[in-house]
Design a protein around this ligand. Structure first.
Ligand code: SF4
Length: 334
C-alpha cells in the first residue's frame, strides 16, 4: 500500500449467519470479494441500488460490520491497522480516526440532549478531553467550523431545521478529530435546496481538515458533482470503478450505463434512447450463476451465465467487471 492510500480493501467479504440453530448455518454475504483503494484526502463515491451492499461495505470499513473474509487496512502515517483483526485498545483508537455521518438527521440526535451535549458526547465517552472547559472549547471550535451558531449549543434538536440538524450530526462526527468519514446517504433526507448547502460544507471541511470521505449515495447527480472517484456496486461486488469524470463520460459496465440512463436530462432532444434498467436486484440468498448482472443485462451471452467476470484494470484508474466491455465499447457509434 502506498503512502497516499488511507484505506485499502482486498477480497473483502462481509457475511451474516441468518439461519437459526446448529443445523441451519445459512450465510448471507452482503459484501463479496471487494477490492478498492481510497486515496488520502479524496471524496470517494460509492453508488448502486438499494440491496447492493454499499452501506455494509461502509460499515465494514468502520469496523462496524463483521469482516468474514479478505482484508481491509487503514494507514494514516501514525498508525497502520488491519481492520479484519483489530480489537482492544487499537479498535478504541480507530473509533477516533474513523467516523460515520448518519443519513437521517431527525433520528440520529437524542431529543433529550442539548446540542452541546450531543457534540461533546464522543469526547467524553472516549476520554479525549480533560474537564469541562477543554470539552466546551473543542465543541465551540467544531461547531463554528460546521457553521453552527454558538448560541444554539444550549438548545435541543427539535428547535432546528433538517439542514441545521445535519450540521449538528457532522459536528458530532468530527469532534474527535477523525481522518476517515463514511457519509451514508447524508443529504438524502434533506430538501434539494439544503442539500447543496450541506455538500458545500462537507467539501469545505474536507479541504480545511484534510479529511477523506467515503460518500455513499444513490443520487448520481450529487456524486457527479462531489466525488473525485466513484465505485459502482451490484449484489455485494464492485462492477466498475474510475475517476468521476471518466466514469460519467464513458461508463463501460452495462449496469453503470443503465444507472446513468436513469439520470433526468435537461436536453429536450434526449428522448431517453439509452438502456433502461428493468427488473429488481436478485436476493443475495439466491444469487445468479456467472455474472450476477446477467438476469438483467441486455448484452448477456452464454458465457455470462456460467463464468463470473473479475474486476479488470483497463488503464488510467478505470476497472470494470464484464466479459464484453471491449466489444461493447467498439460497438458504440462514433
Ligand atoms: Fe452483461 Fe455479460 Fe457483461 Fe455481465 S458479463 S455485464 S451479463 S455482458
Amino acid at each position: 500500500m502506498t503512502d497516499d492510500i488511507l484505506i485499502s480493501a482486498r477480497d473483502l467479504t462481509v457475511g451474516y449467519q441468518i439461519g437459526k440453530g446448529i443445523f441451519n448455518k445459512t450465510i448471507l454475504n452482503a459484501v463479496n470479494g471487494v477490492s478498492l483503494d481510497i486515496e488520502r484526502g479524496s471524496f470517494f463515491g460509492l453508488v448502486g441500488e438499494s440491496g447492493s451492499g454499499k452501506t455494509t461495505l461502509g460499515r465494514a470499513l468502520l469496523k462496524a460490520a463483521p469482516i468474514t473474509g479478505g482484508h481491509a487496512r487503514y494507514a494514516d502515517g501514525e498508525v497502520d491497522y488491519d481492520l479484519s483483526t483489530l480489537d482492544g485498545a487499537a479498535l478504541k483508537d480507530y473509533r477516533k480516526r474513523a467516523q460515520l455521518i448518519f443519513q437521517d438527521p431527525y433520528a440520529a440526535l437524542s431529543p433529550r440532549m442539548t446540542v452541546r451535549d450531543i457534540i461533546a458526547e464522543p469526547l467524553e465517552v472516549m476520554g479525549l478531553t480533560k474537564g469541562r472547559a477543554e470539552t466546551d472549547e473543542r465543541v465551540r471550535e467544531i461547531a463554528a467550523k460546521c457553521r453552527l451558531n454558538l448560541e444554539h449549543l444550549r438548545r435541543f434538536p427539535h428547535a432546528f431545521s433538517g439542514g441545521q440538524r445535519q450540521r449538528i450530526s457532522i459536528a458530532r462526527a468530527l469532534v474527535a478529530g477523525p481522518q476517515f468519514i463514511v457519509a451514508d446517504e447524508s443529504v438524502a433526507a434533506l430538501d434539494v435546496s439544503i442539500q447543496a448547502d450541506v455538500l458545500n460544507l462537507l467539501k469545505q471541511l474536507q479541504a480545511d481538515l484534510g479529511l477523506t470521505f467515503l460518500f455513499i449515495s444513490h443520487d448520481l447527480s450529487v456524486v457527479a458533482h462531489t466525488c473525485d472517484h466513484v465505485a459502482v456496486m451490484y449484489l455485494g461486488r464492485l462492477v466498475e470503478t474510475a475517476p468521476t469524470r471518466k466514469l460519467f463520460a464513458a461508463p463501460r459496465h452495462p449496469y453503470t450505463k443503465a444507472l446513468f440512463s436513469a439520470i433526468p436530462s435537461l436536453d429536450p432532444d434526449d428522448r431517453g434512447s439509452a438502456q433502461k434498467l428493468t427488473g429488481e436486484i436478485p436476493s443475495p440468498l439466491n444469487q445468479p450463476s456467472g455474472c450476477k448482472f446477467h438476469t438483467r443485462c441486455p448484452n448477456a451471452i452464454d458465457r455470462c451465465r456460467s463464468e463470473e467476470p473479475s474486476l479488470e484494470n483497463t488503464g488510467d484508474g478505470h476497472s470494470v467487471s464484464c466479459h464484453r466491455w471491449r466489444e461493447l465499447l467498439e460497438a458504440v457509434p462514433a
